[in-house]
Ligand binder design. Sequence first.
Ligand code: PRP
Ligand code: URA
Length: 212
Amino acid sequence: MKNYDNVVIFDHPLIRHKIAILRDERTSMKEFRELVEEITTLMTYESLKGVQTTEIEVKTPLETCKQTVVADNSVVIVPILRAGLGMVNGVHVLFPSAKVGHIGMYRNEETLKPETYYCKLPEGIEEKLVVVVDPMLATGGSACDAIQLLKEKGCKNIKFMGIIGAPEGVSKLAETHPDVDIYVSTLDRCLNENGYILPGLGDAGDRLFGTK
Ligand code: PRP
Ligand code: URA
């Protein structure tokens, strides 16, 4: 895959360790859910380091000093349903005041094109840092359409976080939305004929919610 200025692929031993367990078909639904959250928190720590901050005064037992804290309510998390829901708590651990917008999409199994079935976003989202989360970036169709929808609603500051990316999906997203920073934990080999990522982890939604 080409190098893109707007793409960060994490290469961290802690994340690689957790992804190895996540991929394993024997990993239980509970452990899978926990790992998705933990990986998301590790990614959030790095991806959102440019978050808006504000200065406050803090009185220690000895004196008063100026300190920098994260500005309240500056981030909105937007999971792409269903699997993106599994990443929300992982961001909330670090940004508890973040509001959540939902975009519901499923891939048509034959065309692999995403269909949007739901959209509910917090008021004022246009002014916020919007973090779109979805563990799987396969063809890239869902992420591209979700971000297009957010741009049409006026959002200007958007980041995408995914856990596993296929080269096809990462390239498509990077080229369609060059103004969006894209963070993926790991880059896999390719897609199979059904649009599943190889080696991947299977269907993230089914593994998170036990639907298969
Ligand atoms: C999965 C995944 C992404 C999408 C990725 O969702 O969570 O949203 O596929 O594929 P793409 O990059 O080719 O668009 P799915 O459509 O299976 O719906 P689900 O999360 O409800 O299971
Ligand atoms: N969606 C998934 O859940 N897994 C894949 O491998 C591709 C799309």
